[in-house]
Design a protein around this ligand. Structure first.
Ligand code: NDP
Ligand code: PMR
Length: 350
């Protein structure tokens, strides 16, 4: 049965409703497919809990935690009023585009500490500075979503920082529409699905425990989706259309060796791989919400921010596309939004 992206999420922010997904899900795997031993090994939350308990017994974490481990609501303010501590939010891919604009918008409120999870430390530092973000409002931590080891290391580093986690924003992505041949992540998955979906899937799964422990009034996990993955929209019907098929490529490991590099088992198409990865992002939030919302109190959602036609996402596209795409979206589809506006939208739903 073909798994189409139709009617999965509305094109604006929404908390997904339960029970709308037609794919079948199993406990230790996503979409009923065990995608790799690498990923599976770390999905055991009990192992993680052991690790954490171990590191907490070592004074290092405690020492670093002192300043930040205060409860979300502080009742001991001088005026005896209830005050809320700063929220703590991780944003992946905060070194440019939407991620940076969101980080900036949140920093400007003075109510958030932003952990910018980026693959290029220097670029992120420069970006934060040029966005005018005050130093005390952000921390940059290395994360390369194209390596599951890096995802695990990031989670360890984050935990050692002693900061609580109140909101996770999975924003980073790559789009490779002109690639003739597939490229691969460190573990050998096709790069767009590997980065946009599998990297974020592992990150979300590992950080679920941390989010769960947050005492912040609203704890959230947001993934940035895309209208182009929704086949119930005009934009989603521009070929190549997202389609996960019967997941046979996924089942084979997306490695392009003994299996296809595409989820549905077809020939490689970079634009389709991106759209498929966004469908996976949106489905993941629906399924997380169904499985974990009641037990954890975390709100899981995906958001389509509008068409931010000027970002680095289109860096691999042909020059003519990059020239015409912004005016096309501004004046013809009217789907265009600026980076600033999209950042404010995402910051509002954090
Ligand atoms: P950008 O290219 O500006 O931002 C993408 C970010 O992802 C960059 O910071 C990039 O890092 C980071 N990134 C890429 N690969 C990795 C990796 N392996 N590990 C860690 N970080 C990585 O694009 P946008 O701001 O447009 O995209 C942000 C999100 O918005 C994406 O999820 C995209 O799918 C979504 N979106 C965008 C739309 C648009 O019109 N632009 C429309 C709908 C959704 P670096 O700076 O180092 O390259
Ligand atoms: Mg699309 C009718 C509205 C509409 C909207 C809101 C978008 C958003 N697009 C629309 C229509 C069309 N687009 C039409 C009619 C065409 C044919 C001319 C068209 C084409 C097109 C291309 C070639 N559009 C694109 C591409 C891309 O390479 C972009 C893409 O698919 O990236 C994955 C894209 C986009 N159009 C959008 C948005 C938001 C994108 C970027 C999607 C994303 O970043 O996730």
């Amino acid at each position: 049965m073909a798994l189409q992206a139709a009617a999965l999420v509305p094109s604006a922010f929404s908390v997904p409703k339960e029970g709308k997904t037609s794919a079948s899900f199993k406990d230790s795997s996503l979409f009923g497919v065990s995608f790799s031993e690498h990923a599976k090994a770390d999905f055991s939350s009990s192992a993680l809990r052991c690790k954490r308990e171990f590191s907490q017994r070592n004074g290092v974490v405690r020492a670093q935690t002192m300043a930040t481990a205060s409860p979300a609501v502080d009742v001991s303010s001088p005026q005896g009023k209830k005050t809320l501590r700063k929220g703590s939010v991780i944003i992946t891919g905060a070194s440019s585009g939407l991620g940076l604009a969101t980080a900036k918008a949140l920093a400007e409120t003075g109510k958030w500490h932003i952990i910018m999870a980026c693959r290029d430390f220097l670029k992120a530092e420069r970006a934060a500075k040029s966005a005018g973000m005050a130093k005390e409002n952000y921390t940059i931590m290395h994360l390369d979503l194209a390596s599951l080891d890096s995802v695990r290391q990031f989670v360890d580093t984050f935990r050692r920082s002693g900061r609580p986690l109140d909101v996770l924003v999975c924003n980073a992505a790559v789009y490779l529409p002109t690639a003739k041949e597939p490229t691969f992540t460190a573990e050998g998955f096709e790069l767009s699905v590997g980065t946009n979906h599998l990297g974020h899937f592992l990150l979300s799964r590992l950080l679920l425990d941390d989010l769960k422990q947050s005492d912040y009034p609203s704890k959230r996990l947001i993934i940035v989706g895309s209208i182009t993955g929704n086949t119930n929209t005009l934009a989603g019907n521009v070929p190549p259309k997202a389609n996960l098929g019967d997941l046979r490529g996924f089942a084979g490991g997306l490695n392009g060796l003994n299996s296809s590099s595409m989820i549905d088992g077809g020939d490689f198409d970079g634009a389709k791989a991106y759209k498929d990865s966004k469908v996976c992002n949106m489905l993941t939030m629906q399924e997380f919400h169904r499985r974990f919302h009641e037990e954890t109190g975390i709100a899981f959602a995906s958001l389509y921010p509008g068409c931010i036609a000027t970002t680095g996402l289109f860096r691999e596209h042909i020059p003519l596309f990059r020239l015409l795409f912004p005016p096309f979206q501004k004046y013809i589809t009217k789907g265009y939004v600026s980076e600033d506006e999209a950042g404010k939208r995402l910051a509002q739903v954090k």
